[in-house]
Ligand binder design. Structure first.
Ligand SMILES: [Zn+2]
Ligand SMILES: [Zn+2]
Length: 89
């Protein structure tokens, strides 16, 4: 089960939507908890250990990723509390 959140960047004010979590088919995108780099994952053939980022961080389902406009690392406070989270899969 994944969730789509609407985020508003605390740095530049850019608003965007992003999918988080792994879908029912085992596919999704995770973000590094340190540098925010994205990593597509596919667990449809079994659950592998989560990949390690080249920066030393970990790709984590709770990591928020980067703002697509200014590349600032997003945090949970950037989720728009007025926008309902949409479940997918
Ligand atoms: Zn931004
Ligand atoms: Zn990283």
């Amino acid at each position: 089960m994944g969730t789509i959140y609407k985020l508003k960047c605390h740095h530049c004010g850019h608003e965007f939507e992003r999918r988080y979590g792994i879908g029912i088919l085992g596919r999704g995108t995770l973000y590094c908890d340190h540098c925010g780099k994205s990593q597509a994952v596919d667990f449809s053939c079994g659950w592998d250990p989560l990949p390690q980022c080249e920066c030393g961080g970990t790709f984590d389902a709770d990591a928020m990723g980067l703002c697509p406009q200014c590349q600032t690392l997003m945090n949970p406070e950037d989720i728009d509390p007025d926008a309902p989270a949409v479940m997918w899969d």
